[in-house]
Design a binder for this molecule. Structure first.
Ligand code: ZN
Length: 148
């Protein structure tokens, strides 16, 4: 009987929704043109969400620049193409591109940056991608943004 009560008490403790929403994530990019994750989960119970980007490599921005850009999945390729046209002077983001929901600065090895954005820009269950807009990177350095 005692064991049963203890077990029930333990279950009730575990069931308490005490977990605070996770409102930030850290993404790493390296010199091998890779992110360390294929998925970013954005919790809409956060008013604002922050993406921290860390470039763990050594190569300079001009050779192996990384950023994190979020768009609708359907917009990704067109945004990446325009980003290449925008060139290094614009850090490979077309100025005022309305398809870009959020993006970090472009950084090189050893640097870090972050971006915060309102989660009301995103719909729960929507089809969003993140990627690096440096030329040639977007097809490899990409993943899903899961909005819940
Ligand atoms: Zn990159």
């Amino acid at each position: 009987m005692f064991a049963k009560v203890t077990f029930a008490a333990l279950l009730s403790v575990m069931a308490v929704p005490a977990m605070a929403a996770q409102c930030d994530v850290t993404v790493e990019g390296n010199d091998a043109m890779q992110f360390n994750t294929k998925e970013i989960v954005v919790d809409k119970s956060c008013d604002e969400f922050t993406i921290n980007l860390v470039h763990t490599g050594k190569l300079p921005k001009a050779a192996m620049g990384h950023n994190v850009v979020i768009t609708k999945a359907a917009d990704k390729q067109a945004v990446a193409t325009d980003a290449t046209s925008a060139g290094p002077a614009n850090d490979y983001i077309k100025p005022n591109d309305e398809r870009v929901i959020a993006h970090t600065d472009l950084i090189g090895g050893g640097e870090k940056t972050s971006v915060s954005f309102k989660t009301d820009e995103l719909e729960a269950g929507g089809d969003y991608d993140f990627f690096c807009s440096f030329p040639g990177h977007w097809a490899i350095m990409t993943g899903k943004v899961v909005v819940k």
